[in-house]
Ligand binder design. Sequence first.
Ligand code: GYE
Length: 338
Amino acid sequence: MLKTGTFTRRGLGTLLAAGLLAGGLVGCANSDTGGDSGDGGDGSGNGTIVLGFSQVGAESGWRTANTTSVKEAAAEAGIELKFDDAQQKQENQIKAIRNFIQQKVDVIAFSPVVESGWDTVLKEAKDADIPVILTDRAVDSADTSLYKTFIGSDFVKEGRLSGEWLVEEKKAATGPVNIVELQGTTGSAPANDRKKGFAEAIAANPNLKIVASQSGDFTRAGGKQVMEQFLKANPKIDVLFAHNDDMGLGALEAITAAGKVPGKDITIITIDAVKDGMQALADGKFNFIAECSPLLGPQLMDLVKKVHAGESVPTRVETEETTFTQEQAKAALPTRKY
Ligand code: GYE
């Protein structure tokens, strides 16, 4: 579910005001009185803000919805978008960012595939005076002046909410509850953080044990393949925690092929709440989903306008999210946008 109030209450008001302000400034830039060249970096001289956006890839339903949101919001905001799909490779993202710098775009936004290894290219952007916005995933750079702001989710919280639900669900268990974990892309912020939050929450009950944990790279194919290995190696699996819906959906095939009933023999928890995941939850194949909203586009464009205008922005803008049980998924599905 997209919450319109995805900023803190205080932040939303500020942001709305900023959006209005920035809208005015875009108008001003048409007369080319601003500090920049007025061509928005595209050489067109028409004052349009040019945004270079480096997307992770198209690995999941979440990502596809996120890409649509960014493209639609840019069009809506009158921002010229240079979009690059990095196909889940950091080297491609670095190349794309260097291209954006060369093209002198006004603002760069990107969703870093992994957390580490960005300092050099971010320094290049800073030296070129191009503000950078992190969307959806964080970087671990010690120098936080290398980017203006981050917009996205609290992944630790998503993991924690998943774990807390499981602790409650299995509170009557008298023996060991064996959990397998399908991790997201190795080294990515959501994989690191969801793992951490979940582990912290399930520590409340020593019966809950992670017996296997491996990356399925956030894809359906990865989820299926790794789940097959888990099933072969572990005779008793009670719970699957998948870091996203797509890996959970892939795992469903492996579980069914192994003669087990998903949602009954194996309790399944995932994160994202994209349509196919919500359908699986409503159908009783999944048991719980922690939501992660991909609809970051409109907020991102507001931030783009703001940093382009040289206004200050909060260092972190967090999306608000909820969780879904099977009953809640049934109720929410008919009006779900993605
Ligand atoms: O959960 C997953 C996608 O970074 C929040 O990336 C995003 C994650 C999302 O591949 O489905």
